[in-house]
Write a protein that binds this ligand. Structure first.
Ligand code: CTP
Length: 397
């Protein structure tokens, strides 16, 4: 899919710049031509020689380089690419882009271009959370800039939280989605999947029987149609598909935070079996048997992620798809659930043990929309996913 595609890769000055070398390698393995641009700050983290050697291409560094200008002016450089990728996109580079500054080669290229741009932010958690960066992010999204990540995780600075640059294969997946020719090209779609685990103590948790098979198949089918898929998954039995951005969570609260961070999206498919309750009295030490009797667990209600997204004033996805796992009166219950949750469609199925659907490889679903009820025959979960993805593509237009 990337064979012969030209990617202009701008490497900003952050510790994550080392991952950009792997990104170049992965892109070249897939046949892409990568022209690297290294900022002055980027040179502090990776050497010009290593970038040029791995890219197998001339490296561009200076705005006012007479040799470069004679060969290919910076305006032209910004336009020959099929996609411009900024990785890592530092807080400073994002601020320059949002403000329209052009005081070095990278920012000038970004201002002079009419090529689609994908930025991959990476920075300290506090810098990411700062209102200035969040304001810039909003501006950039409004300007049509595509954003992938950042991920949660341990940071080089010793803090934990959002700020880690997406992994090279996640970036490759996003690039492939942008350059695809499928009907979901340029569409960003969120899929939640799997169960959630709600801790009782450090070694015990409450879970459910969801395998994540249906959500995983849907994410894959959407990516196969060229969608840029953000896949937020609880601890599922089946591995996540390739070609999507994977965000792993355990609890409903973590899933909610990951979903909020992924917005805005064109469509949201909420296939996860989110626990309705968490243990509010969860202990940070292992509960021990005691002569004083059984431990009493107190519960708190988890946020309803689907309902919250369906009711967003700003950033509501154009299409919100919920799931209903019912054991009786499937159509009646699911029809009421669609209205209660405020979503556009409900994909309902009968998960009574006799059907073998939960944890099995087949599914028999009913799609409930404002226009009515559509019952699909029993078929493989992969087939359900393909049909659903096709219907989503048709609806998004
Ligand atoms: N869901 C969610 N957040 C929750 C609970 C559910 O996003 N805290 C989403 C699921 O991903 C699914 C849909 O809501 O798309 C249906 O969830 P379900 O648990 O069946 O709905 P409930 O409101 O719990 O209804 P009921 O009590 O009838 O099962």
């Amino acid at each position: 899919m990337l064979a012969g595609k030209h990617i202009l890769l701008i490497i900003g000055g952050g510790i994550a710049a080392f991952k950009s070398l792997d990104l170049i390698r992965r892109l070249r393995e897939r046949g892409a031509i990568v022209t690297p641009v290294l900022t002055r700050a980027g040179e502090e983290f990776v050497t010009p020689l290593s970038v040029a050697a791995i890219a197998g291409q001339k490296l561009y560094r200076d705005l006012f380089d007479l040799g470069d200008e004679a060969e290919m002016g910076h305006i032209q450089l910004s336009r020959v690419a099929d996609l411009i990728v900024v990785a890592p996109a530092t807080a400073d580079l994002m601020a320059k882009m949002a403000g329209g500054l052009a005081n070095d080669l990278a920012s000038t290229l970004l201002l002079a271009t009419d090529t689609p741009v994908l930025i991959v932010p990476a920075m300290n958690v506090r810098m990411w959370d700062h209102p200035a960066t969040q304001r810039n992010l909003k501006t950039l999204r409004g300007d049509g800039i595509n954003v992938i990540g950042p991920n949660d995780g341990d940071m080089a600075c010793g803090e934990f939280g959002p700020g880690r640059m997406s992994e090279p294969l996640e970036i490759v997946a996003a690039i492939e989605a942008h350059l695809s020719e499928g009907p979901l090209k340029g569409r960003r779609i969120l899929v939640t999947s799997g169960p959630t685990h709600e801790p009782i103590d450090p070694v015990r948790y409450i879970a459910n029987r969801s395998s994540g098979a249906q959500g995983t198949a849907i994410a894959k089918a959407l990516a196969d149609l060229g969608g840029e898929v953000v896949f937020v998954t609880g601890p599922a039995d089946v591995p996540p598909p390739e070609g999507v951005q994977v965000i792993r969570v355990e609890t409903a609260l973590q899933m909610q935070a990951a979903v909020e961070a992924a917005l805005p999206v064109d469509a949201g498919v909420f296939a996860a079996a989110v626990a309705d309750w968490r243990v509010s009295s969860a202990s940070d030490r292992k509960l021990k048997k005691s002569k004083d009797g059984l431990p009493a667990l107190e519960f708190a209600e988890n946020p309803d992620i689907l309902k919250a997204v369906s009711h967003l004033k700003e950033d509501r996805p154009k299409l919100v798809v919920g799931f209903a796992a019912e054991t009786n009166d499937v159509v009646e219950n699911a029809t009421a659930k669609r209205v209660r949750k405020g979503c556009d469609w409900i994909v309902a199925n009968d998960v009574s043990p006799a059907t073998g659907i939960m944890g099995g490889s087949e599914n028999a679903v009913v799609i409930i929309t404002a226009d009515g009820v559509d019952s699909w025959p029993r078929m493989g979960k992969d087939q359900v996913a393909k049909q659903l993805a096709a219907r989503i593509a048709e609806t998004l237009g």
